[in-house]
Design a protein around this ligand. Structure first.
Ligand code: RUQ
Ligand code: CUA
Length: 662
C-alpha cells in the first residue's frame, strides 16, 4: 500500500540530510566485487527490503549514544502505568509506575506505599488503575516539560508525576464519583486538570436502583486545581460539576479564543440502562438508538466563579456544583452530535472543536465563534433536565466525510488534521479549510494511511499544543494480529510511527513498536529538549516524596541500630559495594523503622534492596534516602541484598537480618 513517491536518489539525499541532522558521518560505501552492488544494496537484497523500507530506516535509525528528538508519554492502560518512549527511534526509555505496584522501581514494596495509599477509596486498598489519557503540563498552551498527569478510568482517580525524576507524587480521588474517562486534560496554563466522567452513577457512591436512572444517576466532571509551587493538586480549591446522566466521554480544554471553556462529547443521550438478560435492549444497541447525542460546552471560568462564591454543595466532602445551579448560572450548554460520537479535540488556534462519529463516517466540526453567538442569541431548546440546547445548524462549521469509525483527531503544523478510523484501520489526513490552516484546500479528505490494526488514538508531535510540530504521528493500535512473532493468544498492542512531514498524500509508516504490559490508550509527544530531568538527586539524603533532603537521611559514619523498647531504628548507607551495617539483629515483636541512604553521586549508580520473605524491595537511586517500616513477625535469618548489578562485587553487597524468636 505504501506509495513509492520517492526515488533512490532522493533516498540517498535523505540519508545525507539525516546524517547532517543526526550528526552522524555517512559511512564509506563498500562495493561488492561479485555483482558491483554496494554493501547496503546487497543487504537490502538479502533481507528483501524496498526503497520505502530503507527510507523508513534512515528516518528512524538512531545510533548508539545519539539522543532522540522527542519523548512520547503513553498510558499503559490496565497496567496502571505510563511509558516514556524515545522518538523517532521508538526506544522504550522508562516505565513509570503510577497506580500499580512495580518491583523494579521498588514502588509499593516498602517505598511509595504512602502514595499508593492516597489512592485508597473509603479505606479500601486499590492496587491497580486503568490509565487512559496522559496530559503534560502547559504554559501559554505549550508543553513546559514539568509535570505529567494521568487518569485512572476504573476508579476515577488522577495522578501527578514530576518530570524531574519521572516519579508519581500524588494520587487524588473525587469521592463523589467512581469512574472517569475524559481526563486528563489541562487548561492552557495548567490552572486545572480536567477529569471528565464516563458512566452515569448515583452521586457519592450511594446505592440507587437502576430503574431510577434518570432521577438518581448523574454524570460528573471534576476540575482539579494544580498548585505549581507545591507541585500538588490542591483538594480544597478543586471542584466538580454535576452533569446529566449521559455518558460524558472525551473532553478537551479550550485554548486561545476558547480559553476558559471545556468541551466533552457524550454518547448515551438515550439514557439506556441495559439489562439484556431481562429482555431489554443491550447497552450496545440502547445507547445508539437515538439519532443524536450531546456535545457539552462548559464555561469553566464562570464555574470557577460560582464555586468560589459558594455555589457548590458538599458531596462526601467534595464540592460539587449541582446541575440546577449550572443551568441557572449559564455554565453548561449542549449541542447535538451525530450518533455515537467519540473524541472531542480542539484545534490549535482554539477556534474549532472536532467530534468523531464512531457510527457516522464524518467528523463534525463546531465553531467556537458560532457557539458564542448562539449562546448570546439565546438557546431555544432544552434537554430533559432543562439544560439549554443549541441547534446543530447554529454551531456547526462543517462536516468532513472520512470513512468508517472516526474516533480521535490530532493536528500538525501544515494545517492538516488527522483522525483515527477504527473500522477502516486507517489514519485520515484532512485539511482544515479555515483561515490560518489550509483555506486553499478547503475542508476535505486528503488521504488515508492504512494502519495495523483497529487504531484508537493518534498522537502527534507537540500535537495538543497551540503550535504543533508536525513531522511525526503515532497510531496507537489496539490489535497487532500478524505484525509480530506469536506470543500465544495474548498479543501486544502496536504503536506505529508515521511520517507526516510531506504535504498531500505522502505519508509513510516508519516503524512498528509492540507494547506489552497493557494498552496505551493515549500519548502526548514532547520535544525532548523541554525535559530537564535530574541526572542524580540534587543532594544526598533526598526524599522524592517531598523533593527535599529528608531529616532521617543517613550520612556515612553515622550508621547504626538503636532500640527504644520494641521500636528498632536501623540507619544504613549504601555505596558500591557494601551496605553499612551488615548485621541487623532484631527480635520477633519488634517494630522496625529502617532508613537507607544511597550516598552515591555517580549517574546511574542505583542500588536495590530486598529483604526476602518480608516483601521488601526498594530502588534507591543516587542520592535518594528511603525509610520503610515493618513488623518483625517471623524469626529466622534473612539475607538482604542489593538487587541492581551495580559493581563487580555486587553479589557481595548483602547482609544478614537475624530475627531472634521471642
Ligand atoms: S478513548 S477507551 Cu481515549 Cu478512544 Cu479511552
Ligand atoms: Cu548495589 Cu548491587
Amino acid at each position: 500500500m505504501i506509495k513509492h513517491w520517492f526515488s533512490l536518489k532522493s533516498l540517498v539525499m535523505g540519508a545525507a540530510i539525516a546524517a547532517l541532522i543526526f550528526g552522524v558521518v555517512a559511512p564509506k560505501v563498500i562495493t561488492n566485487a561479485q555483482d558491483g552492488s554496494t554493501d547496503w544494496q546487497s543487504i537490502m537484497a538479502q533481507r528483501g527490503l524496498t526503497e520505502a523500507d530503507l527510507r523508513a530506516a534512515v528516518m528512524t535509525y538512531t545510533p548508539s549514544g545519539v539522543m532522540d528528538e522527542y519523548v512520547m508519554f503513553a498510558s499503559a492502560g490496565q497496567g496502571g502505568q505510563v511509558l516514556a518512549i524515545g522518538m523517532p527511534s521508538m526506544r522504550l526509555l522508562r516505565l513509570i509506575s503510577v497506580f500499580t505496584p512495580e518491583s523494579w522501581q521498588g514502588y509499593g514494596y516498602g517505598a511509595g506505599n504512602e502514595i499508593l495509599d492516597q489512592g485508597n477509596i473509603d479505606g479500601k486498598e486499590i492496587r491497580w488503575g486503568d490509565t487512559h489519557h496522559p496530559a503534560l503540563s502547559e504554559t501559554n498552551g505549550e508543553y513546559d516539560g514539568q509535570w505529567l498527569f494521568i487518569g485512572d478510568k476504573a476508579n476515577g482517580r488522577v495522578a501527578v508525576i514530576d518530570l524531574r525524576d519521572f516519579e508519581t507524587k500524588q494520587i487524588v480521588h473525587n469521592p463523589a464519583f467512581l469512574n472517569d474517562h475524559g481526563g486528563t486534560f489541562v487548561t492552557p496554563n495548567t490552572e486545572y486538570i480536567v477529569e471528565g466522567g464516563q458512566y452515569g452513577l448515583p452521586l457519592g457512591g450511594d446505592y440507587a436502583p437502576i430503574e431510577n436512572y434518570k432521577d438518581a444517576y448523574s454524570g460528573m466532571i471534576t476540575f482539579w486545581k494544580f498548585d505549581r509551587e507545591t507541585g500538588r493538586i490542591d483538594m480544597s480549591k478543586s471542584f466538580a460539576m454535576e452533569l446529566p446522566p449521559y455518558w460524558q466521554d472525551l473532553c478537551d480544554s479550550g485554548k486561545s479564543v476558547s480559553e476558559g471553556w471545556v468541551f466533552c462529547n457524550s454518547f448515551n443521550a438515550e439514557m439506556a440502562t441495559g439489562g439484556i438478560e431481562k429482555g431489554n435492549p443491550p447497552f450496545e444497541a440502547g445507547v445508539s438508538r437515538g439519532a443524536v447525542d450531546y456535545l457539552h460546552m462548559i464555561n469553566l471560568k464562570a464555574a470557577e466563579a460560582v464555586f468560589q462564591a459558594g455555589g457548590a454543595v458538599d458531596v462526601k466532602g467534595f464540592k460539587v456544583i449541582p446541575l440546577e445551579k449550572s443551568i441557572e448560572a449559564g455554565l453548561l450548554y449542549l449541542a447535538p452530535e451525530p450518533r455515537s460520537p467519540h473524541g472531542a479535540d480542539v484545534t490549535p488556534k482554539g477556534d474549532f472543536i472536532v467530534i468523531g462519529g464512531k457510527l457516522d463516517p464524518h467528523v463534525t466540526i463546531y465553531s467556537f465563534a458560532k457557539m458564542m453567538a448562539a449562546i448570546a442569541a439565546g438557546p431555544t431548546e432544552k434537554d430533559a433536565f432543562g439544560v439549554p440546547v443549541l441547534s446543530l445548524e447554529s454551531v456547526m462549521e462543517t462536516q468532513v466525510e472520512l470513512g468508517l469509525g472516526p474516533l480521535h483527531t490530532v493536528f500538525d503544523d501544515q494545517g492538516y488534521a488527522y483522525t483515527s478510523l477504527f473500522l477502516d484501520s486507517a489514519v485520515a489526513r484532512w485539511s482544515i479549510g479555515a483561515e490560518g490552516y489550509r483555506p486553499q484546500d478547503g475542508w476535505k479528505l486528503i488521504n488515508k494511511t492504512p494502519v495495523q490494526y483497529n487504531v484508537g488514538h493518534l498522537a502527534a508531535a507537540e500535537g495538543d499544543t497551540a503550535t504543533p510540530d508536525g513531522r511525526f504521528l503515532v497510531a496507537l493500535n489496539k490489535w497487532s494480529v500478524d505484525r509480530f512473532l506469536s506470543t500465544g493468544p495474548l498479543l501486544p498492542q502496536n504503536l506505529q510511527l508515521i511520517d507526516i512531514s510531506q504535504p498531500g498524500d505522502k505519508t509513510q509508516i516508519l516503524y512498528d513498536l509492540p507494547i506489552t504490559g497493557a494498552e496505551p490508550h493515549y500519548a502526548q509527544i514532547i520535544k525532548a529538549d523541554k525535559l530537564k530531568a535530574w541526572e542524580v538527586y540534587p543532594e544526598v539524603g533526598w526524599n522524592p516524596a517531598t523533593q527535599t533532603v529528608d531529616p532521617r537521611a543517613v550520612t556515612q559514619g553515622t550508621e547504626g541500630i538503636t532500640r527504644d523498647g520494641k521500636n528498632v531504628t536501623v540507619r544504613m548507607t549504601a555505596v558500591r559495594s557494601h551496605m553499612t551495617p551488615e548485621h541487623v539483629e532484631i527480635q520477633v515483636g519488634d517494630h522496625v523503622t529502617w532508613t537507607i541512604t544511597n550516598v552515591e553521586r555517580a549517574r546511574d549508580a542505583t542500588h536495590g534492596f530486598a529483604i526476602p520473605f518480608y516483601n521488601i524491595n526498594l530502588s534507591i537511586e543516587p542520592g535518594e534516602s528511603i525509610t520503610f517500616e515493618f513488623e518483625a513477625t517471623h524469626a529466622g535469618v534473612f539475607s538482604f541484598y542489593c538487587t541492581e548489578f551495580c559493581s563487580a562485587l555486587h553479589l557481595e553487597m548483602m547482609g544478614y537480618m537475624m530475627v531472634k524468636p521471642e
